[in-house]
Design a protein around this ligand. Structure first.
Ligand SMILES: [Mg+2]
Length: 192
């Protein structure tokens, strides 16, 4: 089994959505950034948790998953958000810019139409705040077909938590273990 991909969203995962009263978690620091194509006089405020950089870096160092940005920040994930958090460089999915007014134009997350062909048969853990029940059904069916698929859905007002990465770690350790699929006795023998 190849090393699973880890698809990582930004908005609602690393950048929490403000609550209706405009507040953001006290853990997050405000930055003003200039996404590609943005007027330099009109920077965008974002809130990032400085603890997320070391937390993700430590997690990725174990190489249980191969990270890929999957976000409407596209390349700016690698040039703006990742560096602000001190993350190691990793690739991004070059998602299109569909003219849609909802992130679920067909009842499921719009990114999926682009993620699915890109994935092929690869195992994947996907962290995004915006899945619908149809996405969870898709993940269960994909897993049942032998292509392990884990969806992690943070609360967009709180974003990524250590428990989310612990869940990915637990899942990924089962995907790549050389002892998967053999009996406990043989597994014990293999460890000697
Ligand atoms: Mg999002």
């Amino acid at each position: 089994m190849p090393v699973p991909h880890l698809l990582l969203d930004i908005d609602g995962v690393l950048i929490p959505f403000p609550t209706p009263d405009g507040s953001t978690p006290p853990t997050h620091l405000r930055h003003a950034v200039l996404p590609t194509g943005r007027n330099p006089d009109d920077p965008v405020p974002v809130w990032l948790n400085p603890a997320h950089g070391p937390m993700l870096t430590r997690f990725l160092a174990d190489a249980l998953v191969a990270p890929v940005w999957c976000t409407s920040w596209r390349k700016d994930a690698t040039t703006i958000i990742g560096p602000l958090l001190g993350l190691p460089g990793f690739p991004y999915l070059d998602l299109p810019r569909p003219q849609i007014t909802t992130s679920h134009p067909n009842g499921y997350l719009w990114k999926r139409d682009h993620v699915e062909p890109w994935l092929g048969e690869s195992p994947v853990a996907w962290i995004d705040d915006d899945f619908t029940p149809l996405d969870h059904t898709w993940a269960a069916e994909r897993t049942a077909r032998g292509h392990p698929t884990l969806l992690i859905q943070p609360d967009p007002h709180h974003g990524l938590q250590p428990d989310h990465l612990a869940e990915v770690r637990e899942w990924a350790s089962h995907q790549t273990s050389p002892t998967v699929g053999i009996s406990p006795r043989r597994a014990a023998a293999a460890e000697k």
